[in-house]
Design a protein around this ligand. Sequence first.
Ligand code: IPE
Ligand code: IPE
Ligand code: MG
Length: 252
Amino acid sequence: MSSAAVPASKEQDRADRPLHVAIIMDGNGRWAAARGLPRAEGHRRGVEALRRVVRASRELGVLYLTIFSFSSENWSRPASEIGDLFGLLKRFIRNDLATLHRDGVRVRIIGERVGLEPDICALLNEAEELTRDNTRLNLVVAFNYGSRQEIARAAQRLAREVAQGSRDPSSIDADTLGRSLDAPDIPDPDLIIRTSGEQRLSNFLMWQAAYSEFVFVPMHWPDFDKAALESAIAEYARRERRFGGLVAKTAS
Ligand code: IPE
Ligand code: IPE
Ligand code: MG
């Protein structure tokens, strides 16, 4: 069916809802500090918020949910905190993978795997393998992820093809580079949410965010819930996306 045949209300409905929501889950440490609790407790409560938001995303018809779980720059934190964060990711996958699979969630991982501990790599692979045929929601976990590093990896892949003689340098354009990123089949995020009041990307999806809408919310990540997601989506629906043109357009 051509888009002209879609009734106007349906067309509007589709434009209002983001297909891909990406979240910078920030403020766990400040949430804990405000309550006199250790930062680790903030991270633990952050995982509970993540469970709520995965469920809410399915209920709200989001097809792709990308979450920033550990950045390339988070290695500069104390070893004990890195241990807490890695421990939580491992526990999240061990405890929740069966439920995610039952609920039709496909788990994808973006970020650098080289140099990660073998047990964490094995868990990431297991999550991707088990859920590869699921279609209800794509949960994209940005782990050990940095956008500059991802773009550099894409440049390396292309440079290798040039060096092997299988690619002409003049064939490399924005599309080619985009297709060499970690998850080329995933559409760009329509909406990027950052909690905790900070208003920056911190090396998250810089290439993919070229035409994303940004919503910054003051609450810390452990307090985020379905109502907060709904209100960010409502804010998104009020935006006019033009993609460089003169009239509002939908992403797809
Ligand atoms: C987000 O919370 C979790 C990660 C970055 C892994 P923070 O740990 O950054 O919390 P704040 O920003 O210090 O409050
Ligand atoms: C971004 O948050 C990374 C994650 C949410 C995983 P940070 O807390 O690390 O970002 P900065 O340091 O405040 O920019
Ligand atoms: Mg932070």
